[in-house]
Design a protein around this ligand. Structure first.
Ligand SMILES: [Zn+2]
Length: 105
């Protein structure tokens, strides 16, 4: 089952939910607001423990977890540029593109 990151439209809390792709969006666990936005699939940046990509993945998720989506995008962008074709970084690039699409940047 994949993990999805959501941000609450009401209190901006970011949280991760394990669910099937067909499941409805969850309610915010903090304020129970049903209006949440799917941020990025954690699965999309699952890098299978490859060193650099895994560290980048961790840092991106940390920022998303803190509600710092713009910071996360900046980091993903920088990593994607530096990474070239290094193993696992294709997923970071894909995640970056999704995040960018989500943020409208
Ligand atoms: Zn909320």
């Amino acid at each position: 089952m994949p993990a999805y990151d959501y941000q609450c439209n009401n209190c901006e809390h970011v949280f991760e939910v394990w669910q099937s792709i067909d499941d409805p969006d969850p309610d915010c666990p903090l304020c129970t607001c049903p209006q949440v936005t799917r941020l990025i699939s954690a699965v999309a940046i699952h890098t299978k423990g490859d060193g650099t990509a895994a560290r980048v993945e961790h840092e991106i998720k940390k920022r998303l977890g803190q509600g710092r989506a713009t910071d996360a995008l900046r980091l993903a962008d920088k990593a994607a540029k530096l990474a070239g074709n290094r193993k696992g970084m294709g997923k970071i690039k894909a995640a970056r593109d999704k995040l960018r699409g989500h943020l409208g940047k």
